[in-house]
Write a protein that binds this ligand. Structure first.
Ligand code: THG
Length: 280
């Protein structure tokens, strides 16, 4: 199962026989007052700077979320995309709950994008899957539906199955779907991490699809977040997450080491090459 994403200049293949791909999370105003304020004022240089920093740190794909409170996402998304495409070569992942913003980003994009995201709600399936089909984009499917986020791995699997089935009816194959098991913070529910991991294992076994997740969600509200994120990422990669949404400035090494230890880095070439390029 290979998911192919591209920009005008680069192709990224996601799959079990490839290195784990990092979808850089940092173009996102959530929890970042200055970044949100800059976006609202139309100062999109912050977006470009964050794109360059993440690619230098080893991001393979960039998530683009311009959803600051009060922002006109449908206007900002294509502007952000154009700036990012002019600055870096990696493919983009358009992240918005607003189908208009997704469509506006896709309209200016020169490649095969990743859409973040569709979920099992009828409204979402009806709005987002046709966009993915029309633009021949791949899409992230969140394991939640009209009844909310299921509290069991089996419940989340059922939502994933529904998304795959409905996508298939529009000609979107399972290779163009990344399922997100959903990550909630472990500070609010001590079983949140475990439930995500059980869900990854079940969905991998039953559907065999490629998978993503918002890794940093696990540590909201806790001190020393990178160490929590790193351990969680390692476990999730072992179980089948192959394209986590994460902070490459903090977690690139974690991902390289996970691949090294899981036999996905022959002669440790990726690990060694990264350290040659990044050591002071
Ligand atoms: N699944 C999918 N997409 C997603 C998520 C998901 N997109 C958004 C989010 N969740 C993943 N992205 C982030 C981005 C940032 C943070 C967490 C997840 C984060 N930011 C710091 C904060 O809020 O405290 C701020 C960092 C800083 O100040 O530098 O934690 O689950 N499909």
């Amino acid at each position: 199962m290979e998911t192919i994403i591209s920009s005008a200049k680069q192709t990224v293949v996601i799959g079990p026989d490839h290195p784990t791909r990092i979808i850089g999370e940092r173009i996102n105003p959530t929890g970042r007052k200055k970044f949100a304020a800059a976006i609202l004022e139309g100062k999109l240089e912050v977006v470009r700077d964050e794109a360059i920093a993440q690619v230098e740190a080893g991001a393979d794909i960039l998530d683009v979320n311009v959803g600051a409170a009060g922002a006109d996402e449908a206007a900002l998304m294509p502007e952000a995309a154009k700036l990012i495409m002019a600055a870096v070569d990696v493919p983009l992942c358009f992240d918005s709950p607003n189908p208009k913003a997704l469509g506006a980003g896709l309209a200016v994009y020169g490649g095969k994008a990743l859409i973040n995201s569709v979920n099992g709600e009828e409204k979402s399936l009806d709005a987002v899957l046709p966009l993915a089909a029309a633009h021949k984009a791949a899409v992230i499917g969140l394991c939640m539906d009209d009844d909310g986020i299921p509290g069991t791995a089996e419940g989340r699997l059922r939502v994933a199955e529904k998304i795959v089935e409905r996508a298939g009816k529009l000609g979107i194959g399972p290779e163009d779907i990344l399922i997100d098991p959903l990550v909630l913070t472990v500070s609010a529910d001590s079983k949140a991490g475990l439930l995500t991991m059980e869900t990854i294992r079940l969905i991998k076994a039953k559907l065999g699809v490629n998978m993503t997740m918002g890794a940093s969600n696990i540590s909201f509200g806790l001190p020393n977040r990178p160490v929590i994120n790193a351990n969680f990422l390692t476990m999730a990669i072992l179980l089948g997450i192959n394209a986590p949404i994460s902070n490459p400035l903090k977690e690139k090494e974690t991902v390289l080491v996970a691949d090294l230890l899981l036999g996905r880095d022959e002669f440790a070439m990726n690990y060694i090459t990264y350290f040659r390029a990044h050591q002071a």
